[in-house]
Design a protein around this ligand. Structure first.
Ligand SMILES: [Zn+2]
Ligand SMILES: [Zn+2]
Length: 151
């Protein structure tokens, strides 16, 4: 008998049960349709197999880059996933072009990778990561309710 489907990772062994560590049902992290609206400059839209629809703006996605470098940077600055960097208050506001990818492509069957116009390409956005960070009112409310929002 094979146990290949069962993986016990160190992540799952952590006793602290937060919603973000609870495994999601496969149907919730299986995209039915994926649209990357580069020409429109809008963002990413995913229709999930469970009927849920998620959308993310490119700015959010860039600030949510899940690569190690961006994760470290966010941790150091105390930013949440998707939260923009604080702008220096003592400088004249400079025009920063809105984050946009030059292209995006699938990574295997589990993730999406963006080639951002600023040259950054290290982030692999897994379906799991994206679904857990769904920005719809329903999911944000559910997340806020269980983890609490700092305020
Ligand atoms: Zn990154
Ligand atoms: Zn949602």
């Amino acid at each position: 008998m094979s146990h290949e489907g069962i993986r016990i990772s160190s992540q799952e062994e952590r006793s602290r049960e937060t919603p973000s560590e609870r495994p999601l049902p496969r149907i919730a992290i299986t995209p039915d349709k994926v649209r990357v609206l580069i020409t429109e400059g809008k963002g990413l839209e995913i229709d999930w197999a469970d009927g849920h629809r998620s959308t993310w703006g490119f700015a959010w996605l860039r600030n949510a880059c899940p690569c190690a470098t961006c994760n470290d940077e966010r941790n150091q600055q105390g930013r949440k996933i998707g939260q923009p960097k604080a702008k220096p208050a003592d400088l004249l506001p400079m025009y920063t072009p809105p984050a946009k990818p030059a292209s995006a492509h699938a990574v295997g069957r589990y993730a999406l990778q963006f080639n951002w116009l600023d040259g950054h390409t290290a982030g692999i956005y897994s379906w799991d990561f994206l679904r857990r960070n769904c920005q719809c009112a329903e999911c944000k409310f559910a997340a806020g309710e269980t983890t609490g929002t700092p305020n």
